[in-house]
Design a protein around this ligand. Structure first.
Ligand SMILES: C[S@@+](CC[C@H](N)C(=O)[O-])C[C@H]1O[C@@H](n2cnc3c(N)ncnc32)[C@H](O)[C@@H]1O
Length: 230
């Protein structure tokens, strides 16, 4: 299957994203990049044209691996010297490499109606954290039927069936399953995407804080005058 028009060229895709996000276009990736600690190894799923890495992470992270199904995007990234591989993340035998930070931006809707599978995968290979940033205001969920149709048609990566989108409520509901891992959650400027930063380990996995030792209890005075009470 061929990808829909917006996925056919990196330039076309970026143009549409610029139109969609307006003056907040750069902010959406800056908001995610700021959550990546310096020197981390990074695995980005559904990297698209790789803008997050090329504009915001290169030179600051320890290593970077990009995965996507779009060979046009991947070829361009490889020409730029990026470790970019073709992988359909819907494969039943999916195996991911480990990394300090795993990231997915604006792509979790591709895994509806069962997004939890890929989120669990990302968490299982993350040594430090998983960052998910997902649109919560979409053309595809527009109340105007024609806009909705355009939005849904426009985002077929070539694997078919990508009409569903998240709302803030459905995304929050999914992330509630990981509430003990949430380090932060916030919307990007303009409010189109919501970012969740999840710890690789749930809070209850860290050892409980050490309690100070109680003061020694004073020995009761022996009033009997006989040792051992005999
Ligand atoms: C909306 S784009 C997001 C690209 C980039 N992360 C961004 O924020 O601009 C979604 C990306 O997910 C990729 N994708 C969709 N389904 C996929 C799958 N099953 N496996 C791997 N990549 C997939 C598409 O090829 C596309 O590059």
């Amino acid at each position: 299957m061929t990808p829909s028009l917006i996925y056919r060229s990196a330039a076309g895709y970026e143009l549409l994203m610029r139109a969609l996000y307006g003056r907040h276009y750069a902010d959406r990736m800056r908001a995610v990049a700021e959550q990546v600690p310096d020197g981390s190894s990074v695995l980005e799923l559904c990297c698209g044209p790789g803008t997050l890495y090329l504009r915001h992470l290169r030179g600051r992270v320890g290593s970077y691996i990009a995965l996507d199904v779009n060979d046009r995007f991947l070829r361009r990234l490889r020409r730029a010297g990026v470790d970019a591989s073709h992988l359909d993340l819907n494969r039943p035998d999916l195996e991911l490499p480990e990394a300090d930070v795993t990231i997915m931006q604006a792509s979790l809707y591709h895994f509806l109606p069962h997004p939890e599978r890929i989120v669990d995968h990302m968490l299982s290979v993350a040594r430090d954290r998983t960052i998910i940033s997902e649109p919560i205001r979409n053309l595809a969920s527009s109340s105007l039927p024609i806009m909705g149709l355009l939005g849904r048609r426009a985002a077929d990566p070539g694997t078919g069936g990508h009409g569903q989108r998240f709302t803030e409520e459905t995304l929050d509901r999914l992330m509630a399953h990981h509430r003990e891992r949430v380090l932060s959650a916030f919307t990007i400027p303009g409010g189109r995407e919501k970012v969740f930063v999840l710890s690789a380990r749930p809070a209850w996995h860290s050892p409980p804080p050490r309690q100070p030792a109680p003061p020694p209890t004073p020995r009761r005075a022996d009033r009997s005058g006989t040792a051992g009470g005999a």
